[in-house]
Design a protein around this ligand. Structure first.
Ligand SMILES: *Cc1c(COP(=O)(O)O)cnc(C)c1O
Length: 461
């Protein structure tokens, strides 16, 4: 391969997309609506008004293909956008593959992941509608730090309910949130009915994302001046992330190639949607046959092993019912190191497109993902977030299949964040201390890797 082959494809600030792409406008079958849990009727915009500013509620149900990105949002995006598209030449060489591997690098944001792409507009729209305080939850701390950054940019107060186990085990994400000026409450807490109910049953509870969501939603619902913000799953979040894929389309054009497969790891589904949806537009219109691959952990496989049905977004059952692939709102994910992928459900939009056959999914165990991450670190030099390593593993497998068939496949994946705060996880992997956890639904054919219940709950390193 020629040593002069171009590695990085960069856009100037002026080339940043001016609009978000709304895939709702191009769906062959409309998305099933959220339902009120009691009446089972579709929830109207009014029902969501205590939680979200009106502009975000309108975006949630919008059928407009393109929605303009406000100038103040573009201004804050410019602290790190457009993000680079990189051809992973060293990784290609180490795999000796004819495939071309590209990745879009979202770890360049101040918070270190793709999450500021939605945190920034969410903070802006709240500010614009006179909201002064936000409440949210965070698991591993990535969403909390992204929203804390965005809240600081727009002068909003932020209270973050941080899952207690992460509060204790991830001190640096906690420090980061506090450095941006937000306040943190370990969840479950005594500040909400939802938190108190959990603590009454189990005073030692170390919390979960579902419980923390219940607490943050309750604070927003019961305080006139406070709104809630969610970092994944909802349509407006996926919409904001489409800035990633739109940039990538321009950058792949600079590289003179189009992807045969577009890959993203999938927790709630937002970074995957962000890179996939703008490319999916051409597939939906029959102009391409690009494949789209969502990658999830084998321990929390909502797409590949979950049921497609209406379910709650939180543990307490206070949110509207969403039609999604779900493991059940009482599902307790094993404590794997890709904290951002430990959510019981999948975005309704991703679930719908998967159900319609436009998206494929695959699940991997954490050790094989860390192995892929180490290969990536020793070739491309970037230390990926454990979540992102799932996308890397899938990209490597695609490249190895291309090698078998001698095919010049073009692979594009989203590198959703860096792993600089996750070095304890790398330590555990390198020391050989990580447990693989494979979830099988109850009653599934007990073949091969089905672990005992105790093993499913196994605490890893
Ligand atoms: C939160 C997070 C994810 C998972 O969330 P999605 O909504 O599925 O994108 C993936 N990667 C990183 C780095 C994260 O912080």
């Amino acid at each position: 391969m020629s040593p002069t082959t171009q590695r990085r494809f960069l856009l100037g600030e002026a080339e940043m997309p001016t609009h978000y792409y709304n895939i709702s406008a191009d769906l062959p079958v409309p998305l099933p609506p959220p339902l009120h849990p009691a009446t089972r009727e579709p929830v109207g915009p009014d029902a969501l008004a205590p939680l979200f500013p009106m502009e975000l509620i309108l975006q949630e149900v919008s059928q407009e293909r393109y929605i303009e990105i406000p100038a103040p949002v573009r201004d804050v995006y410019a602290t790190y956008r457009p993000s680079p598209l990189v051809r992973a030449l060293s990784l290609e060489r180490s795999l000796d593959t004819p495939a071309h591997i590209y990745f879009k690098y979202e770890g360049v944001s101040p918070a270190g992941s793709h999450k500021p792409n939605t945190a920034i507009p969410q903070a802006f729209y709240n500010r614009q509608e006179g909201v002064t305080k936000l409440a949210t939850e965070t698991g591993a701390g990535q969403w909390g730090s992204a929203l804390a950054f965005a809240a600081s940019q727009f002068g909003l107060d932020l209270k973050v309910f941080m899952v207690k186990i992460s509060f204790l085990q991830k001190p640096y994400r906690r420090s980061m949130i506090q450095a941006y000026g937000a306040s943190i409450v370990p969840s479950p807490s005594n500040e909400t009915n939802a938190g108190r109910a959990i603590l009454e049953m189990d005073p030692e509870s170390t919390g979960s994302l579902g419980i923390a969501i219940s607490e943050a939603v309750e604070v927003a619902a019961t305080h006139e001046d406070t709104k809630y913000a969610l970092g994944s799953v909802l349509n407006h979040v996926l919409l904001h992330q489409t800035i990633v894929g739109q940039e990538a389309i321009t950058q792949m054009g600079m590289a003179g190639e189009g992807p045969d497969v577009v890959i993203g790891c999938a927790g709630g589904g937002s970074n995957f949607s962000g890179i996939a949806f703008p490319f999916l537009r051409d597939r939906l219109a029959g102009r391409t046959s690009t494949r789209f691959l969502a990658v999830e952990p084998a321990s929390c496989p909502s797409l590949t092993k979950g049921e497609y049905r209406y379910d709650f977004g939180d543990t307490a059952g206070t949110t509207p019912l969403l039609k999604m692939h779900t493991l059940g709102n009482d599902f307790k994910p094993a404590p794997i190191h890709a904290g951002g992928l430990r959510y019981h459900g999948m975005a309704p939009m991703v679930s719908h497109l998967y159900d319609q056959g436009f998206i494929d999914a695959v699940a991997y165990k954490q050790n094989e993902c860390f192995e892929a991450a180490i290969r990536f670190i020793r070739t491309e030099g970037i230390i990926p977030a454990p979540e992102s390593s799932h996308a890397i593993k899938a990209a490597i497998d695609e490249a190895l299949r291309a090698k078998e068939t001698g095919e010049e496949r073009v692979i594009l994946f989203n590198l959703s964040g860096h792993g600089h705060f996750d070095m304890a996880a790398y330590d555990a992997y390198l020391a050989g201390e990580l447990t693989d956890v494979v979830y099988e639904p109850a009653g599934a054919g007990a073949e091969g890797e089905r672990p005992a219940a105790a093993e499913r709950e196994a605490v890893t390193a």
